[in-house]
Each structure stands twice: as C-alpha cells, then as structure tokens.
Design a protein around this ligand. Structure first.
Ligand SMILES: Nc1ncnc2c1ncn2[C@@H]1O[C@H](COP(=O)(O)OP(=O)(O)O)[C@@H](O)[C@H]1O
Ligand SMILES: [Mg+2]
Length: 273
C-alpha cells in the first residue's frame, strides 16, 4: 500500500462498529440529469450508520455530490432530475409523496466546500439557523444556544469577546467552524459535508477534522473528500464511487488496506485521481 503510512493518525478511529444502527438506507438508486440525458448514479445501494462518519471518495465527477444531495432532497430543486429507487431515513421513505421536503431538510446540516458565512456578525450567523427554525425563544435562550453551538464547533474561545464583529473578519478555518456552528444551531440529526477542508490550510484542516471526530458522538456525519488520508483519519466507513457506480463500501481500514476492485486499487495507489 502506498497511502502515506507514516501518518500516525490513519485508521486510529477507522473502524465501523457493527452495533451501530442504520440511519439512512439507499436502495437501488438511479439518478439522471437533463430528463434522462446524463446517468449520474447507477444502482446505488448503501447503508449509512448512526453516530459515525461515512466518507464518500472517488474521482471527480463520479456522483458523490449528487448522492449527498439526494439524501436531503436538494436535487428536488434541479429541473430535469429523474430519480428511481428509494432512500429511507429511520425506516421512512423520504421520496414518498406524503413526505414534506422542507420539514425534512431541517433534519440536516450542510457544510459547503468554501466557507460561506453571511456578511453579518458572528452571533447573527449562528442565531440565524435557530431563528428560522424557531428553536429558541428570547435573547437569553438565544445567547445560550449560540455559545453552546460555538463551543461544540471548537470556536468559542477564539470568538467569545468579538461576537458582534463581522463573520468575514475571521480566518478561513474559523469561518468554516462558524459554518459548522451555524449548521448545529438547527439541531440536525445528520450533517453533510462536501469537501469541507478543500479551501483550508493544513492547520485549519486538522482542527476541522478533530471537530468531525467529536460531532459523531451526537450526529450522523457524511463527508465527501478528495483527500484519501483525510478519509482514513476521520471516517469509520468509506464508500468509493466510480463513474456513477458505488464500487465498494465498508469499514474504512479494510477498504483501504484490502481494496477489492481494480478501480479502488488504482485510486488508493494514486494511479489516477
Ligand atoms: N445539475 C447538473 N446537470 C447536469 N449534469 C450534472 C449536474 N450536476 C452534476 N452533473 C454531472 O453528474 C456527474 C456527477 O457529478 P457530481 O455528483 O457533482 O460528481 P462529484 O461530486 O463526484 O465530483 C458529473 O458528470 C457531472 O458533470
Ligand atoms: Mg462534488
């Protein structure tokens, strides 16, 4: 194996625990863009477990973001998307026509590739999510929630004396942790992260990775990453995609150390990316 083995943090937390409950079950999912023109997901079957981190890896354009957006029904917004198959969360089919998409999306937090705080104060960024979802009443309760979310995002100590300053005055890494704090403010069950560290330097990346490790105590976390070492450091399960197919999924260390398909072998040995 040639993934960097001198990184001592690889696989320290890289094991799936069989007793964890399935939170999301993706069954026979096919997705086409452009009214059937582009077949972006092909017969995808995947279980995602509660209170662990699942990493989606694979070459660019293989369908990772597409599947992530199926999970919180973000693809509903795109005209011409055709979806077949089923996705259940806690056993309920989220594409059932009785399912209320807005109410449903509230159960998710989304962390984007590039930190995207609002041009408002640090406090207002975190309060925003809680306010639109009506999670709290009154200033005291809101301040408490803002502090709690900032603490859980490992940002409180750095910002507690400047909550009224603009979020845009923070560094990139702090902004991304603020976006995570904002995502936490709606009390999501599931946190979706699409390459959350791709715009961050190594130090900031390390802090976000530590945070991801902590988030799984209370949330189901899915992270897309193009960084294999990152997947090996933060995830317990990994799903490898290739040209719209889910080629392999399972316990992270097992998948990396004993890849079964030629495509994954090539991918982990850096023969293409
Ligand atoms: N809105 C869209 N309309 C048409 N094709 C799309 C759209 N979004 C993504 N695609 C295509 O679907 C495939 C999968 O894309 P994506 O899920 O973004 O890949 P990844 O996240 O793995 O890089 C790619 O070929 C991409 O060009
Ligand atoms: Mg993507």
């Amino acid at each position: 194996m040639t993934i960097v083995l001198d990184d001592r943090k690889l696989f320290t937390d890289g094991h799936h625990h069989a007793q964890n409950r399935v939170k999301i079950a993706v069954k026979d999912v096919n997705l086409w863009y452009g009214h059937g023109e582009k077949h972006a997901l092909k017969d995808v079957n995947l279980d995602i477990y509660e209170r662990e981190v699942t990493a989606f890896i694979g070459p660019s354009g293989c369908g990772k973001t597409t599947l992530l957006k199926c999970l919180n029904r973000m693809n509903d917004e795109i005209p011409g998307v055709v979806l077949e198959g089923s996705i259940t969360v806690d056993g309920k089919n989220i594409y059932d026509r009785h399912f209320e998409a807005c109410e449903y999306r509230r159960r998710f937090g989304w962390v984007a590739q590039v930190p995207n705080p609002f041009a408002k104060s640090i406090h207002a960024n975190v309060a925003y999510g809680a306010r639109i979802h009506g999670v709290v009443n009154g200033r005291r309760q809101m301040d408490g929630l803002v502090e709690d979310c900032l603490r859980r995002a490992n940002l409180w100590e750095e910002v507690k004396d400047r909550l009224d300053e603009s979020a845009l005055s923070l560094s990139g890494g702090q902004q991304q942790r603020l976006c995570i704090a904002r995502a936490l403010s709606t009390e999501p069950e599931i946190i979706l992260m699409d390459e959350p560290c791709s715009a961050l330097d190594p130090q900031a990346t390390m802090m976000v990775e530590e945070l991801i490790g902590e988030l799984k105590a209370r949330h189901t976390v899915i992270i897309i990453t193009h960084n294999l070492q990152q997947a090996a450091r933060v995830s317990q399960r990994t799903a490898f995609f290739h040209l719209g197919n889910l080629m392999e999924s399972g316990d992270t260390q097992t998948l990396f150390v004993h890849p079964e398909t030629r495509q994954l072998k090539d991918f982990v040995t850096g023969n293409y990316g």
